[in-house]
Design a protein around this ligand. Sequence first.
Ligand code: ASP
Ligand code: MG
Length: 468
Amino acid sequence: MRLVMKFGGTAVDSPDKVKHVARLIKTYKKDNEIVCIISAVSGMTDGLLAVADGVRRGDRSSIEDFLKKTYKIHAEIAQNAISDNSLREKALSEVKRIVEELHDILGGIVLLGEVTAKSLDYLMSFGERLSAPIVSYALQDAGLDAEHMTGKEAGILTDSNFGEARPLMDTTKLRVNHKIEPLLRRGAIPVITGFIGADQHGNTTTIGRGGSDYTATIVAASIEADEVWLWGDADGLITADPKIVENARVLKEVSFAEAMEMALFGAKYMHPRALEPVMDTGIPVRIRNAFNVKHPGTVVTQNPSKDSQKIVKSINAMRHTALIDVSGGGMVGIPGTAAKIFDTLAKNKVNIMMISQSPSESSISMVVRKSDLDRATTTLELNLLGKVIKQVNVSDDVAVIAVVGSGMRGIKGVAAKVFGAVARCGINVIMIAQGSSELNLAFVVKDSDCEQAVRALHDEFGLGSNGR
Ligand code: ASP
Ligand code: MG
């Protein structure tokens, strides 16, 4: 088979793990063609973001520390994961060179005192640029032929929407194919940085947080891979958070549509567009645990087999979010009110996760991340309060609970079952939304009610390991 394997940051953040990953790849290489996609060492991307934030606030003190720490982490992994002297030296000198480049760009940003979207993407690319070569040399150390490259070098072309760039798939397919095919024919393993592409001017772009999964599917679609395997540190997609529900279980099979709904909430955060490139062609995606290789994981396919088609597959919770309720008689029957509200928020980079409007049109409720709440309310107050809207009310600690399963479509009584179970716990439902795809029924409760509600629903639909 032709496999694209992506390794998450938690699978490559120590010398032992990198050695383990190299052995794992070697095992599968015997019978398969393999392309590797590597994430940044865990914590690196967040670290880079934090440094950029520091620069914006005029705080330069942490930069030297960050550079030292970055060098130390990667040098230590290279030093101890690679036993051949010459390969280790190559890895170390590459790490050194890339950290020096990082030093230079940070110096430039500090001088300018501002971080543009373009320079932020360049900065954000360093996590993956550091981790991929180390894995590549570790593979060579294990006796495999491997060649590392950035997503840009691999041929991933994107638009210039820095931070959330979209791949231009037709050109990307041609370029990636052209670059990767000869390597596979040679029997080599291409090792590609996740998360990174380039726009048509050659500027480095990133494709959004958690983007390495997305890189894997972009590459898979380009080279017509048989499967994508996303290796992380969880066994797969689950029926509920095991920290909340004791008998939560790993799902064997889910559809692309279900996986997309779960990814937004579930334990495995996946880029919301990560499944797009493989959906049309139906390339299956397996979510697997690199440290529990015996476990088959969850497979995401176009048409899951009959026996895994349940009405409800999982109960997901997004904790600690905020609810904003805007209201006012002036909103009634005025076309464009909602557009104005959402547009104003979007311009100020507030991401709205859930929306509902009453038919009377006199109020609109929205769920946003807690970290966006301040910006959201300020924006609304500055721009719209007293004009389009009369009042802004906020609840700042709510949870969104999403019941996911494609079997809910067209089945009567699912909502009654959901809200019946929640009501029996004496829990108040604050807001409800269901898309017309009927794949996902989501509602909002106080965060302190969240765990009880999730447990009740998990039971109600018999999702546990001792379930019906
Ligand atoms: N390193 C990037 C991030 O943390 C991409 C990824 O890990 O998938 O978002
Ligand atoms: Mg990640």
